[in-house]
Ligand binder design. Structure first.
Ligand code: GAL
Length: 662
């Protein structure tokens, strides 16, 4: 288990370092992350390096048992680098250039910038390759943060070259994208634009291709640096810090290049109940993009967040709770952001563990408590895997297609994922996130809200999944388009029609007038209350599927709204409208029972349950509420945090309390 904080020794007098190292040791720290913004300190002028100060602090911390996650400092290029190579400055899509003065003011495809990167990364790599206190490397910092993509000439050219690797010919591209629309047929590769500002919008196929291209750009920039480190003799694992649900990069693809996943976890607006779900969803995604391998959080929120003004709150109990949420969903490392709040610069109000004054405070005590607890927990708990049998399809390609054309006012990809995910969390089941390339065979249930792009070859796996006994649940706007973002010519839902046993003949975008469409349930599902559909209503004909609900409003009154088709030995559900928890909670419970998945512990509202399977099954119980809660213990077990033996029956949870049962 790695435990510690992001540390910026360059912000504090040398005389302070020793006290920091001692306080860290006393808090149970064994790791810090350093140097991701220290380029000017490390290379004050071209080719003149100064590692003395960093050597001193790495050594001092090392002698206190605190090892270093070393960063390449390329996220904040110095002024002299910009002065030397002004063409490295990136452009927004509207033509605005990003100036020196903040950070991340570089274009990752610019060759002259890459020369500078090669020099500093190579020098750092050679300098620290043999240092036993450097246990891993982080490349750069949060690719895409502040600006997803650069739209300069160099990027446009790289896009044109990339497209030539994706399509056999220009004719094939023209036909796949439908460039005949508005006379956009390309007669030469160099006519293809980066999707810069234009009178209306770029072709949706081009927009989607651009986002896929830029995932490869960031991955290429990562690999460029990782290769330099390797050539310099670095043998320890290398990573870069991801941003959870950040939508700019396909993290499944990107993570293939990383030795392990690290990411930054800011559940900032706590306490807001919905945010607890979002935090867990972030964690589940970050675990899932690397096939369930444990991750490190390298920026875990500690103090209140804010730059110019503070926009979130923390309070006693919160840091510990969210740290355990991070571990419960797959973490094997937690580094807080940051060790000490900085007195100067843009992030003066982004609070760390210590206040600006550097004295031990309540946050320090809380973190030290966690350090003590971690040291006493069994080591295999932190490397244990999440035993999920339920998967949620969460795909960046789908998210991008929905971002490019969000169907109707009020629609968002996350807005369609969250009701299903919340119901699963409330049911206490572990959820893996998957995309179109994931192996589905280990799951019993796949929920795939608004699975819009699904070409025939991808449909095959999901058809087989159901045939073999899996339960699939799709919602409206599923199987509408091919992988190039072009609508199927065949009736909807395209290649999944037979599997679902329905045809979607038409649809009514009811969200455009804020209409709610009433539903009549057949009695098959245990839905009580009277949930109505919003945003969208599909006009469905059943072709063999059983009808579980019909519309009671609109010109399609009496037509199916929710269907289930029995296919092979599995079931394929289709939900033709947007529904919230009133539907999703009973629906998910019904699906779990149908698949004979074990019911979760009974508990008070707002208690999150997650499991990790190591030498034993570890059950994490997290009370997300500031009031006391409870769980029903089914059989005698131990709370690993307190050592208490817990008898069957009701056990209380403190406000924001945590128990780990085994
Ligand atoms: C992260 C970033 C950190 C710091 C933090 C708080 O996005 O990686 O460097 O800026 O936010 O603002």
């Amino acid at each position: 288990m790695r435990f510690g904080a992001a540390y910026y020794p360059e912000h504090w007098p040398v005389e302070r370092w020793e006290l920091d190292a001692r306080m860290m040791r006393e808090a149970g720290f064994n790791t810090v992350r350093m140097a991701e913004f220290a380029w000017t300190r490390l290379e004050p002028s071209q080719g003149e390096f100064d590692f003395d100060w960093l050597d001193e602090v790495v050594g001092l911390l090392g002698s206190n048992g605190v090892r270093t996650l070393m960063c390449t400092p390329t996220a904040a290029p110095p002024g002299w680098v910009v002065k030397d190579s002004p063409e490295m400055l990136p452009f927004f899509e509207d033509g605005r250039m990003v100036n020196f003065g903040g950070r991340r003011h570089y274009c990752p495809t610019q060759p002259r910038f890459r020369d500078h990167v090669e020099r500093i990364v190579g020098a750092m790599g050679r300098h620290y390759a043999e240092d036993p206190d450097v246990i891993a490397w982080q490349i750069d910092n949060e690719f895409g943060c502040h600006q997803d993509y650069c739209y300069c000439e160099s990027c446009q050219l790289a896009f044109q070259v990339w497209l030539q690797s994706q399509y056999e010919s220009l004719d094939e591209l023209n036909s796949a994208w439908g460039t005949d629309f508005w006379s956009e047929v390309f007669t030469s590769w160099d006519e293809i634009p980066a999707p810069r500002f234009t009178s209306t919008a770029h072709n949706p196929s081009l927009q989607l291709a651009w986002r896929r291209f830029y995932t490869d750009v960031w991955t290429n920039f990562y690999t460029f640096q990782a290769d330099i480190l390797r050539e310099s003799g670095v043998t320890v694992p290398i990573t870069t810090n991801l941003m959870g649900l950040y939508p700019g990069i396909d993290y499944y693809t990107h993570a293939e290049a990383l030795d392990f996943v690290t990411w930054d976890n800011y559940p900032v607006s706590f306490p807001v109940p919905a945010d607890n779900y979002t935090s867990a969803l972030n964690c589940d995604l970050m675990r899932s993009v690397k096939d369930g391998a444990p991750y490190w959080v390298v920026e875990q929120q500690s103090g209140a967040p804010g730059w110019q003004s503070i926009f979130g709150r923390t309070g006693p109990g919160y840091i510990r709770l969210m740290t355990y949420l991070t571990v419960a969903h797959g973490g094997e490392g937690v580094l807080y952001f940051r060790w000490r709040s900085c007195r100067f610069g843009v992030e003066q109000y982004w609070h760390g563990i210590l206040q600006h004054d550097g004295r031990p405070n309540w946050r320090y005590q809380e973190v030290a408590q966690v350090g003590k607890e971690f040291a006493a927990l069994p080591a295999d708990l932190f490397s244990a895997r999440t035993p999920a049998q339920v998967a949620l399809l969460f795909s960046h390609d789908q998210q991008w297609a929905h971002q490019i054309q969000p169907h109707v006012n009020g629609f968002s990809y996350l807005g369609e994922q969250l009701p299903a995910y919340q119901a699963l969390r409330d049911a206490g089941v572990d959820v893996d996130l998957v995309n179109e390339e994931s192996d589905l065979s280990k799951y019993r249930i796949l929920i795939a809200p608004v699975w819009e792009l699904i070409p025939s070859d991808m449909a095959e796996q999901v058809i087989e999944f159901v045939r073999q006994g899996g339960t699939l649940a799709l919602t409206f706007r599923s199987a509408v388009k091919d992988w190039d973002n072009v609508i199927f010519e065949e009736p909807l839902p395209g290649p999944l029609r037979e599997l679902l046993g329905i045809t979607v003949d038409d649809y009514d975008a009811i969200g455009s007038q804020n209409i709610t469409a009433g539903l009549q349930f057949s009695g098959k599902l245990p839905v009580t209350g009277n949930p109505g559909g919003t945003l969208w209503a599909d006009v469905i004909t059943s072709e063999g599927a059983e009808v579980a609900a019909t519309f009671t409003d609109g010109w399609y009154v009496g037509r199916p709204a929710i269907t289930v088709n029995h296919f092979g030995i599995g079931q394929a559900w289709y939900i033709g409208t947007h529904l919230e928890g009133e539907f999703w909670t009973p629906f998910v419970n019904y699906l779990l029972a149908q698949q004979h998945l074990p019911a979760s512990l009974q508990r008070s509202a707002g208690v999150d349950i997650a499991h990790r399977q190591g030498e034993r099954l570890y059950t994490f119980v997290l009370n997300m509420k500031p009031e006391a809660g409870w769980i029903e213990i089914p059989e005698m077990c131990t709370d690993l945090l307190t050592g208490e033996r817990l008898m069957p029956g009701r056990t209380m949870l403190e406000p924001y309390g945590v128990r780990i049962l085994a």
